[in-house]
Write a protein that binds this ligand. Structure first.
Ligand SMILES: Cc1ncc(COP(=O)(O)O)c(C=O)c1O
Length: 352
């Protein structure tokens, strides 16, 4: 029996290993030259004024919200169908969540639903580009509320020909182990606004400050930054390989499930996740795939309103997404034999 195919696996090559080894050998482990190099690469990629690297994507959301002026008492909008990281970050910043629904076809914020729920207290909208598909940024931006793009999943995706992360007042990225550029942990804030960037860089650190107002340590290390930076060099290739696998899956499963569009309007997704919309019970299909050595997952653990948030409001799109979404392995480290195994296991699961 072949080893099971994990849901995610980074592609680490000799260049990555050498990049990390040279930092470790240098003896300079803390945030330094390699972090500056990573920040510069990300800045150029997104067309930002500067990038501020931090310890995780969650830390990046917290730092960005604070730097954007979100303070205790403000309200921050976000979709209910998303991992809990943005919720924790805004809560830590003292804000309260305003949940909105998603479009179950794209899994992204439904701008009409968001518009109907906004209040005069909404200080910011966190816009995740879920599974790497850009959200409808033009309609969301037109609402006139500052946008923080959550690009944890969308590094390398384009919207209207421009990288995600270049539209909002600020944006964040994650270099978590499963992400497009994997460094174990890590994140960054980008913006075109010098004030936001200066505040983000200040909030990141606790030392050498003139007051003892509460602070924390959000810094990253040059070890993680060297890996993230080396991974970023391969981003274009990573996206191409993911797209190639997505094309294979769409050809293999056409008619068996709802599938992501390969060429959605106005967007070029990075295919960070390949999520099927299935009518069979998700847990049962996961178990079936597991018996063929294919690890599938619910791509979002739970809707945030399922925890009792959202004042009992209705979130029909998110409920549908949660009950039908199944994420299957798609990443550049997948070998040919593994891609074929995923193809045939999913075919069997959906025709069983
Ligand atoms: C949409 C989204 N935002 C934020 C995060 C948090 O990133 P991190 O795990 O680097 O803290 C994640 C998680 O991985 C995510 O999927």
């Amino acid at each position: 029996m072949q080893p099971p195919i994990p849901h995610s696996r980074p592609l680490i090559d000799d260049k990555d290993v050498l990049a990390v080894a040279s930092v470790v050998r240098s003896g300079h482990l803390a945030q330094g030259r390699k972090t500056l190099e990573l920040e510069e690469k990300l800045r150029l990629l997104v067309g930002a004024k500067r990038a501020v690297a931090v310890s995780s994507g969650t830390a990046a959301i917290y730092v960005a919200l604070r730097a954007m002026g979100v303070s205790p008492g403000s309200e921050v909008a976000l979709p209910t169908y998303v991992c809990s990281a943005p919720l924790h970050a805004l809560t830590l910043a003292g804000a309260t969540p305003l949940l909105c629904d998603v479009d179950p076809e794209t899994y992204n914020i439904d701008p009409d639903d968001l518009r109907a729920r906004l209040t005069p207290k909404t200080a910011c909208i966190i816009v995740p580009h879920l599974f790497g598909l850009p959200a409808r940024l033009d309609e969301i931006s037109a609402l006139g509320v500052p946008v923080l793009e959550d690009c944890a999943m969308s590094l390398g995706s384009l919207y209207r020909g421009r990288p995600t992360g270049s539209f909002g007042l600020a944006a964040i990225f994650s270099f978590y182990a499963t992400k497009m550029a994997a460094a174990g942990e890590g994140g960054a804030v980008v913006s075109k606004d010098g004030g936001i960037l200066a505040r983000a860089a200040d909030i990141r650190e606790y030392d050498n400050k003139i007051s003892l107002a509460p602070r924390f340590n959000f810094k990253t290390t040059d070890v993680a930054s060297a890996l993230a930076s080396s991974q970023l060099d391969k981003l274009k290739r990573f996206v191409l390989k993911r797209r190639m696998i997505a094309e294979r899956y769409v050809a293999a499963w056409d008619g068996l499930a709802g599938l992501p569009e390969l060429a959605p309007e106005e967007a070029l997704p990075n295919f960070y996740r390949f999520v099927l919309d299935i009518s069979q019970p998700v847990e049962r299909v996961m178990e079936f795939l597991d018996s063929f050595g294919v690890t599938a997952a619910r791509p979002v653990f739970r809707n945030l309103h399922q925890y009792g948030l959202g004042d009992g409001g209705k979130f029909a799109g998110a409920d549908r997404a949660f009950s039908r979404a199944l994420s299957v392995p798609i990443y550049p480290a997948l070998r040919e034999e593994e891609i074929a195994r995923v193809e045939s296991a999913v075919q069997r699961a959906l025709t069983a």
